[in-house]
Design a protein around this ligand. Structure first.
Ligand code: SF4
Length: 462
């Protein structure tokens, strides 16, 4: 059997995180919102509505720019922007309420950003009240929020708790002062400790930390320091993300001195070191960057096969419909995807005109639905049963890709059953890719094109 490090070197190529299938680069520009509105009002079944919906609210403002950040955000210290934004989000919600066949049942609500805790506790409470005023709560509803350790106050936590929030995720990223200076996110350990302690004493039952590897000046010792400090606070879950340096897309990343970034080989070493520290501390790798304690419901859901994945990442709430409100927010009806504009001016203007602010989207074909299910099965349960209705596609694309993965010990294929092996867990995305017909077709076309042009086929960048 090959070692993790040998396999990681072999699979050191960029692969999507599969929060959607088809992935966002495949989606098209949207100039007419009517087909999307029809999908909401007519295509979704009553059974889907009855399961309850997930609601994602994007709150884009931040007081200070973290230069590694690739999120849609607006940097300002002017808090008067809160009012106008909340009005627009509630107006957008009303547009959806007018399209729905009846009052929606909310099963999951997530505030992301940006920095949700940029908003005052009163404004957050007003936003949640407005969202829930014309909706029903599912009996097992779950509300979660992304908090910034520097500005999440006890007043925020109390207000959110009163509104039904029990889960909070803090962006810890890295705890070394030198690394924090280089990424412009100065956040002493004491701030993380205080925010964590206060969340627990306010009544939050789950605290997640986000950590990043591959940041400038990170080395094994510094990563170990960050992880050990973080684990002292006993987060229930950890998301351990790879830093993606794409300065051509994210302007602020141009401020990062690329000479200080770990090499691909050093980055692999950081990932493996981090993973072993989490495992030694009793966390379980549930795949796609997530580690959870055995008592955490995310791990329990992975075990019993009820885990689900959507744009918010892994979730235990299995709703078929996700509605995203706010700048750049993504919605998913199971039949179609839609993403809002990333321009604040355009968002305000479009919502004020009484139309959804979507600018990108995709309607799923029957083939997409089948292969999406395979990808979700692998990502959430670690196994799938091949749908032979699509025999031609399986033979041409998926089975050859699975054969290579099986040769490396990452999957087991027996008849129609495909299962991830323990060795395959860190390579979950690569197994999902075997079902990503859009990407496999694009790669083959690119290879053919490069063979003609004589260019290298693929840039490697873990
Ligand atoms: S990392 Fe978070 S707080 Fe920092 S700029 Fe990005 S969205 Fe804002």
């Amino acid at each position: 059997m090959q070692t993790d490090t040998t396999l990681s070197a072999k699979y050191n190529i960029p692969v999507p995180r599969y929060t959607s299938y088809p992935t966002v680069p495949v989606w098209k520009e949207v100039h007419d919102p009517e087909p999307w509105k029809t999908s909401i009002s007519h295509q979704v079944t009553e059974a889907d509505w009855q399961k309850g919906i997930s609601l994602y609210i994007h709150l884009p403002f931040c007081e200070s720019l973290c230069i590694y950040c690739g999120c849609t955000k607006r940097i300002t210290t002017n808090h008067s922007v809160e009012e106008e934004y909340i009005r627009a989000v509630l107006a957008e919600w009303q547009l959806y309420l007018d399209l729905l066949p009846h009052s929606p049942i909310i099963r999951e609500l997530h505030l992301g950003g940006g920095t949700p805790t940029f908003f005052s506790p009163d404004n957050l409470s007003r936003l949640i009240e407005g969202l829930l005023a014309k909706a029903t709560l599912h009996p097992s509803y779950s509300f979660s929020v992304e908090g910034h350790p520097n500005n999440t106050t006890r007043a925020h936590l109390d207000a959110l708790y009163r509104s039904g929030f029990r889960r909070i995720s803090y962006g810890v990223q890295d705890l070394n002062p030198e690394v924090q200076q280089l990424i412009h996110r100065i956040q002493p350990f004491e701030n993380v400790q205080k925010a964590t302690d206060e969340a627990r004493s306010a009544g939050f039952s789950s605290v997640n930390f986000d950590l990043i590897y591959g940041l400038p000046a990170q080395d094994l010792d510094r990563l170990q320091y960050s992880i050990q400090q973080s684990l002292q606070l006993h987060p229930d879950r950890v998301a351990f993300y790879s830093y993606a340096h794409i300065p051509e897309v994210s302007c602020s990343q141009r401020l990062i001195d690329a000479r200080l970034l770990p090499s691909p080989a050093q980055k692999l070493g950081l990932y493996h070191h981090g993973r072993s520290l989490f495992m030694d501390a009793g966390y379980i790798d549930i795949g796609m960057d997530h580690f959870a304690l055995p008592a955490d419901e995310l791990y329990q859901a992975w075990q019993d096969g009820s885990l689900h994945r959507n744009f918010m990442g892994y979730t235990v709430q299995k709703s078929s419909i996700l509605l995203g409100l706010g700048l750049s927010a993504i919605s998913d009806t199971g039949y179609a995807f839609a993403q809002n504009t990333k321009s604040l001016k355009e968002y305000y203007r479009t919502i004020a005109s009484g139309e959804p602010a979507i600018r990108k989207g995709y309607f799923l074909q029957e083939e997409d639905k089948t292969f999406r299910k395979h990808i979700l099965d692998i990502a959430c349960k670690g196994h799938t049963t091949l749908d032979r209705t699509w025999e031609a596609q399986l033979k041409e694309w998926t089975l050859p890709a699975l054969q290579l993965l099986q040769n490396n010990g990452l999957v087991r294929v027996g008849g129609d059953e495909v299962s991830l092996t323990a060795e395959g867990r860190p390579f979950l995305r690569h197994v999902c890719k075997a079902f990503d017909l859009h990407l496999l077709r694009t790669e083959r076309a690119r290879l053919a094109n490069n063979a003609i042009c004589g260019r290298p086929a693929y840039a490697s960048s873990l």
